[in-house]
Design a protein around this ligand. Structure first.
Ligand code: BYC
Length: 473
């Protein structure tokens, strides 16, 4: 179904046919706009931004670009087309028709999943709200705002489900999504990473590479859900998510490119010399990478999880691309899990596969993260440099799961707390790193110009030149 933009809330779910739901959402809408004004991008409400807006939910639906002011962006409710006669693809209800309504017995865990997903969307907008003031170019500023408005729409996607399928509880949860705030001491966001500050663009690119990629894996597993409206809305969200990860991957690649140019010009890889020349040295880059990767690993939850087991068994949440597996029930299947053992060793424990679903997702995620590192390391190879970036061990710097609180080095070896404290500054961003990175963050807004710490992108947006005025201030 085409998206109807003539309505107050653009949608492809026939909102006009359900007056009660329409009224409830129209009641939430001003609260969302109020939140956007106070917690969304600071100070750019009057700028015309070259944004992409979905006009349909198929691939061609993304062809619409135009200048929009962010407060006028048409946030709406878009579900991917229904798959006729869709059946449940995994768990105990495999083969039964997918649910169009929420089964009473699964109401509470399903609501919890939708709320947790929904909470991350406004959280990320809050985390990024000040970045516009230090953008490295108009091209980057536009990408930031494109991501922000889409995260706003992802919030709408979850709020629609809460309003349409969870009655009064759902409406209350939708209000609370606007009341918790990233980093708020009293009412923080639900998941750890979404309370971490993202106040510089190196963190922003790491976040969009590593944390948005958790989004990809979580959305893919919700796209398999037996609850069809959730599956359909997350399928459409995934098309938006791809651009966010593109921004992260290319942003980081441009930071590396610039560092390599500086190293070649100076004929040295001395971090102090690279910093003096105004680029980001590779050890600092690696420390930021270690931080955001390890924090994003926590987003998959505990290695051993009864929540994950029951989400799979009941059909609420599958594995990404469930069709790639042969066994969709996973009953009486064992999973070997490495855990901290005695005398700084590792012990292997056998647990039911259903309880290890978070770890299954995390493992696929790590493999996906590695692809970016391979591409970035090719940049070093081509430049004739010996340095390489590495992903730290998934045991490193964890705060959730079996490795939480266990001190490990980036290779995954268990070490003393005192050794960890002593060497932490080699592995994770230090105050001095953050101060240095912040010192580079000066706003560049002349069309086509780039800050000195980042190379230009390879191409502009939608075949426009790089020096196009993507944001008219
Ligand atoms: N921080 O059995 P456990 C995205 C909690 S990103 C704090 O270990 P479970 C995006 C957990 O909530 C994708 N708390 O884990 C990216 C539970 O608390 P309750 C977001 C944590 O339940 C960029 C307790 O620990 N989507 O879209 O199997 C920009 C025990 O839970 C953390 C989703 O996450 C943590 N890191 O799995 C914008 C999908 N980890 O309930 C957007 C929906 C766990 O006992 N959520 N806990 O109070 C889920 O599928 C699951 O809730 C989780 C956790 C995978 C997050």
């Amino acid at each position: 179904m085409a998206i109807n933009y003539s309505e107050k809330i653009p949608n492809n779910v026939d909102l006009t046919d359900d007056r009660t739901l329409q009224r409830a959402l129209e009641h939430w809408q001003p609260k969302f706009l109020q939140w956007w004004q106070t917690m969304g991008p600071s100070d750019f409400a009057a700028a015309d931004i070259y944004l992409r807006t979905a006009v349909g939910v198929d691939a061609a639906g993304w062809a619409s670009y135009g200048e929009v002011r962010m407060p006028d962006y048409r946030w709406g409710i878009f579900l991917a087309d229904a798959e006729p006669a869709r059946t449940i693809g995994f768990g105990d209800h495999i083969g039964e028709p997918a649910w169009q309504q929420v089964p009473g017995e699964y109401r509470s865990p399903l609501r919890r999943l939708i709320v947790t997903q929904g909470d991350t969307e406004p959280a990320s907008v809050e985390q990024q709200r000040l970045l516009g003031h230090s953008c490295p170019s108009l091209y980057d500023l536009r990408n930031l705002f494109q991501i922000n408005v889409e995260e706003g729409r992802h919030l709408w996607a979850m709020v629609y489900l809460l309003h349409a399928y969870f009655g009064r509880d759902g409406r209350e949860e939708a209000e609370e999504l606007l009341e918790r705030h990233s980093g708020d001491a009293d009412k923080p966001r639900i998941l750890g990473t979404f309370n971490e500050p993202v106040t510089d663009w190196l963190s922003f690119f790491m976040f969009t590479y590593f944390t948005d990629r958790d989004g990809k894996y979580q959305l893919k597993s919700l796209a398999e859900s037996a609850f069809d409206p959730l599956a359909r809305t997350t399928r459409f969200m995934l098309t938006e998510e791809a651009h966010h990860m593109f921004v992260g991957e290319t942003g980081l690649s441009r930071v590396i490119k610039r560092a390599l140019e500086v190293m070649t010009e100076l004929g040295t890889d001395d971090p102090a010399a690279v910093r003096n020349a105004g680029a980001i040295d590779l050890p600092t880059f690696q420390r930021y990478l270690n931080f955001w990767f390890s924090s994003s690993l926590d987003l998959f939850g505990s290695e051993v999880s009864s929540n994950a087991a029951s989400s799979f068994a009941t059909g609420l949440k599958g594995r990404p691309d469930e069709s790639q597996y042969d066994d969709h029930r996973c009953v009486d299947v064992a999973f070997e899990l490495a855990q901290p053992g005695p005398a700084r060793g590792v012990k292997i424990e056998t647990i039911p596969l259903r309880n290890a679903m978070n770890e299954v997702l995390r493992t696929s995620y790590v493999r996906d993260c590695e692809l970016g590192l391979k591409r970035w390391n090719r940049q070093f190879e081509r430049a004739g440099m010996a340095q390489r970036l590495v992903l730290p061990s998934p045991r490193f710097h964890r705060t959730i799961g079996v490795w939480a609180g266990v001190h490990c080095d980036p290779n995954g070896a268990i070490i003393d707390q005192s050794e960890f404290r002593q060497r932490e500054g080699e592995w994770l961003p230090t105050e001095a790193d953050r101060t240095f990175v912040k010192s580079l963050m000066r706003q560049v807004i002349a069309p086509g110009k780039m800050a000195g710490w980042i190379a230009p992108p390879e191409r502009g947006i939608n075949s426009l030149p790089i020096d196009y005025e993507y944001v008219r201030l």
